[in-house]
Design a protein. Structure first.
Length: 485
């Protein structure tokens, strides 16, 4: 992959994500931007939004925890290889010391040079939407810059935005540099800015460090634009929750809650029933059809998809699972990297591990564990079984307590069942082993050899009945006791 070089004629966008900060208040070994919100690193959410703006260039400024952050960006890019289609490669730029937000943007200069417009985002503000960022860009309307602003009941700590009467911005004053009167202003800089790239390139070197933090502040560009007679625009955010930043773990939980509610509402409006949305967790990468129903405490993680009519009852946790039409998961199933066929019936308390593929109308009952197991249409394993490395044909019936013995301590082996095979309860299938169509395994059999189609296999020593045995045994036991006394 090679980054697109922006053409000099067509307008092109570069997105710069600032992620070099320490995040001291998280008190964590993990860099702040890598802490997960609704199952995905904050930086991942910001990258997701950025890429939807179809930028020609995408830059991330790294500093604290640089190696981890850069590794994450590479991993994110490989997960999104399809979307990026070889046209865009996020590039990381090191900010060697915390010189401020202006300094950070300068460190990434090769990452935005050549574009006509630069959008600056923060890696610790994961709730921004594409629509808001498009509105921010549009609000610039040819001016040098537009700044996303909020109005907060308690603006403590934020840069205060001093507006002109026509909603253009006179200047931004950081909390630490503000006078008492300026601190009364409740309009704050959310941090995101859309900038004309040529204005940015010529103005950045003029930002000084004459402030309380001795840093080069990016918002100083606002006063420069105003002084040049081209004041920037303020774009007021209608929903303040979007700019919820994360500075500590309480705000991390708050951001997760806000995003979870937003995603849940979106799916409810799209036709999904959530019995108890306050406890339902749907990651942003999951997709639901209309007319699905989710019980309380259900978690849909990763690239899980749920088809129309499916019912997933209370407490099921699904990661990268495809749930087919009208499938029914009873409470408390855990499934990972699995496919559940249309009309299948699973659980309660089933564990479908990676590589499980259940055909249409398969039934998996309680305390059944599957791994790399394919079950054909209509097959049933209703109780207490382990099915690993197994290829099970349509309409097989796996009795209670059946175990595939797939592992010899070193290697894994496969169990193959044709269609309509009946496995009696409490049987062991010692792999590698193949059973032909409609083979029949008697209850309690240890199958160690292949079974031809239509044949019975049973391994049982003949049972013996001894009439009156219990009473005689009792007499002998009592005699022993009497002798001891
Ligand atoms: C900044 C803004 C402030 C705004 C607030 C919104 C400046 C000077 N101030 O303040 O007006 O109200 O955000 O949250 O811009 N970063 C770097 N390198 C640096 C400094 C920061 O990459 O040298 C990154 C941080 O990782 C973070 C973002 O920039 O993602 C903002 O930095 P932060 O230190 O949180 O700035 P604030 O003081 O909150
Ligand atoms: Mg901050």
């Amino acid at each position: 992959m090679s980054p697109l070089t922006a053409s000099t004629t067509a307008p092109s966008l570069a997105v710069v994500i600032l992620a070099a900060g320490l995040g001291k208040r998280m008190q964590s070994q993990l860099p702040k931007v890598l802490h997960p919100v609704l199952g995905q690193a904050m930086l991942g959410h910001v990258l997701d939004v950025a890429v939807q703006l179809k930028p020609a260039k995408l830059a991330v400024v790294t500093g604290h925890g640089r190696e981890q952050v850069e590794a994450y960006v590479a991993q994110w890019a490989s997960r999104h290889a399809d979307e990026l289609a070889g046209k865009l490669e996020p590039q990381c730029f090191e900010q060697p010391f915390q010189g401020g937000t202006g300094h950070a943007v300068e460190c990434a200069k090769p990452g935005w040079e050549g574009a006509s417009e630069v959008l600056v985002l923060y890696g610790d503000t994961p709730l921004l939407t594409v629509a808001t960022l498009q509105d921010l860009r549009n609000s610039r309307a040819g001016r040098p810059l537009s700044m996303l602003v909020g109005e907060l009941p308690d603006p403590t700590g934020y840069g205060r935005v001093i507006l002109n009467e026509d909603k253009t911005i006179a200047c931004v004053v950081e909390h630490k540099d503000a006078t008492e009167a300026q601190r009364q202003v409740r309009v704050i800089n959310a941090g995101m800015m859309a900038l004309d790239a040529a204005f940015l390139a010529r103005s950045l070197p003029r930002i000084d460090t004459n402030n309380a933090q001795k840093e080069r502040y990016l918002p100083d560009l606002v006063a420069m634009a105003a002084a040049a007679g081209e004041p920037g625009m303020a774009h007021l955010l209608p929903d303040q929750r979007e700019i919820q930043g994360v500075n500590n773990r309480a705000e991390l939980a708050l951001a997760t809650q806000i995003l979870r509610d937003r995603v849940n509402t979106q799916w409810m409006l799209a036709g999904a029933t959530l019995d108890d949305p306050a406890t339902t967790l749907i990651e942003t990468s999951a997709v639901l059809d209309a007319d699905v129903r989710l019980g309380a405490g259900v978690e849909l993680r990763g690239k899980t998809t749920v088809a129309r009519g499916a019912l997933i009852e209370r407490g099921c946790v699904l990661t990268d699972v495809q749930v087919g039409r009208d499938a029914h998961l009873l409470p408390y199933c855990v499934a990972t990297e699995a496919v559940i066929g249309a009309g299948a019936h699973v659980g309660p308390f089933a564990h479908l591990r990676a590589g499980t593929e259940l055909g249409a109308k398969v039934k998996i009952g309680n305390f059944v564990e599957t791994k790399k197991a394919r079950l054909g249409e209509g097959a049933k394993a209703s109780h207490l079984s382990y099915l690993g490395d197994a290829d099970i044909g349509a309409d097989c019936n796996i009795g209670a307590g059946t175990i595939t013995c797939n592992y010899d301590g070193v290697n894994k082996f496969k169990t193959v069942l044709g269609r309509g095979v009946f496995i009696g309860s409490d049987s062991q299938l010692v792999a590698p082993v193949t059973l032909g169509d409609e083979a029949y395994v008697g209850a309690g059999t240890t199958v160690t050899q292949d079974v031809p189609a239509g044949a019975l296999i049973v391994s049982r020593s003949p049972a013996v009945i001894k009439e009156g045995w219990t009473a005689k045994k009792r007499q002998r036991q009592l005699a022993v006791k009497a002798n001891k006394a």
